[in-house]
Design a binder for this molecule. Sequence first.
Ligand code: NAD
Ligand code: ZN
Length: 268
Amino acid sequence: MATCSDEIDCARRLIAAAPRIVVLTGAGISAESGVPTFRGAEGLWQRYRPEQLASPEAFADDPRLVWEWYGWRRTRVAACQPNAAHLALARFALAHGKTLIVTQNVDGLHADAALAAAGDVDPGPALPIELHGNMFSVRCTACQRVWRDTAAVDASSRDTLPTCPECRALARPHVVWYGESLDGAQISHALCQAELAAACVVIGTSGVVQPAASIAAVTAQAGGEVIEINPDETPLTALCSVSIRSGAVAAVPDIFDLGSEPAEGRVQ
Ligand code: NAD
Ligand code: ZN
């Protein structure tokens, strides 16, 4: 494998030459914003596996415990800002158009970066597909109404949990839990774009949660290049023509800051 700086140069060239790009991100891109990955969970939450809390069964058994976990995560994330990697991707998508950002993250930082980068222009091209939802959205368990809710969660008792403003039924985080299906239109769109993409850039995901992980495989099977940015190897590494073993903040701005002059030439 070439040295890291060569890998970054290869990635820049591939991205500059690609008519379409899909970027798939996971918890690792937000780690340097201070958002814990599941593997980095702290305190009380080290005693639980995410599967024990992020499931419809867990919510049915103990909605107070599940809301307490989301309340803790929301407080942590509310104190975080998009980092240089989120911002570089948003600026690139706004400037070059040809990019679809697909995230497994529920922290909303890509959307925040899109708004920050857009200023007065339409942030649309930089807004991500949030495959697993957003922790600042909630959904009524009865009438299915969805709304944005950034307030602190009071999980001191079952009676203080968020409820629907319409029908007063218990609300739940509007995220996709283990055992639940993704939004069909969103995943179809992501897979379709992955098939058309000349390059899929995979950043900060362990590549084990399906169907998100198959996005990179679809690009590879269709003849596109897969570029991975992750300090560790993952099951997706075998698909990659370029693997950059570093954190997102050290690599993504270098790769995506192409300036006004796209780099010339194609990687042979
Ligand atoms: P994961 O925790 O399984 O894997 C994180 C990956 O990021 C690892 O491969 C790790 O090596 C890599 N990584 C760590 N630090 C990095 C850095 N600085 N730069 C680049 N990569 C780095 O995360 P996942 O693959 O996204 O899957 C976990 C599931 O958990 C997803 O479904 C997601 O919805 C959810 N989750 C989301 C958040 C969030 O919204 N920020 C946080 C935790 C978990
Ligand atoms: Zn309702």
